[in-house]
Write a protein that binds this ligand. Structure first.
Ligand SMILES: O=C(O)c1cccc(C(=O)CC[C@H]2O[C@@H](n3cnc4c(=O)[nH]cnc43)[C@H](O)[C@@H]2O)c1
Length: 217
């Protein structure tokens, strides 16, 4: 059984199921999945996952939604899995490490700004669905210019931008939940002109891939 999460219902119109309310969130119970609409941003994503997992067993979780692509990243309308997320607005501009406090410590492993998704689950999905695996960058602020986007991409070695992924990845690690992330590119990061966006194509890619994922054995 999947726990599926997306920031908005706009990204999941194709999911059909029994509506339910859970604390601050709305969701659906469907065939082979429970879905939660988390709301936008890092805090919403982490809270929704943690609150749900505190009260329900979670076998595997998938965050899906739209994203911006950095130069050289995935094409507009293309969907990719995210193998690692960077939380780029935590600590100094250089990151959290200079401050000396990890964001998360699990045994000997200390995580500062980079959080892996579950590699086994991600690789299995990449193979089954024929998708590339990319590095995502998460901030509560979106890039507002191409120059800002390019600087972030270069600084952190990321190819797409979103507002929830690192929080979801970090919460999965902390809670011991196997988590994966699927993003479809709706826009070039840093471009605010909606004429340059390809929202319909990105939503179509999500629908196609989620349909195949839920149909897979
Ligand atoms: O008005 C703008 O300039 C603007 C730029 C990017 C995204 C938005 C949104 O309102 C969507 C936020 C929503 O979608 C994800 N998303 C999609 N594209 C991007 C992006 O280029 N940078 C960051 N996040 C993006 C995000 O995860 C949110 O869930 C408005």
């Amino acid at each position: 059984m999947w726990l599926l999460l997306s920031p908005t219902r706009l990204e999941a119109p194709f999911l059909k199921g029994e509506p339910f309310a859970f604390l601050a969130w709305k969701g659906l119970k469907g065939k082979g999945f429970v879905y939660l609409e988390t709301g936008i941003g890092k805090v919403n994503a982490a809270m929704a996952l943690a609150a749900y997992a505190a009260k329900n067993p979670v076998e595997k979780a998938l965050l899906f939604g739209i994203a911006g692509a950095y130069p050289g990243g995935p094409a507009l309308g293309e969907a990719v899995l995210v193998g690692e997320e960077v939380e780029a607005d935590l600590g100094l501009k250089e990151g959290l490490e200079p401050l000396g406090f990890p964001a998360l410590a699990l045994g000997e492993r200390r995580y500062f700004n980079r959080f892996p998704l579950d590699s086994g689950l991600t690789q299995a999905l990449a193979q089954t669905l024929g998708l590339k695996v990319a590095v995502g960058l998460t901030r509560d602020l979106v890039s507002e210019t191409p120059a800002e986007a390019l600087a972030l991409a270069r600084r952190w070695g990321a190819s797409l931008e979103n507002m929830e992924g690192a929080a979801f990845a970090r919460a999965c690690l902390a809670l011991g939940v196997r988590g994966a992330e699927l993003r479809a590119v709706s826009n070039p990061a840093g471009v605010r002109d909606r004429g340059a966006w390809r929202l319909r194509e990105a939503l179509g890619a999500l629908e196609d891939i989620m349909g195949r994922l839920l149909a897979a054995p």
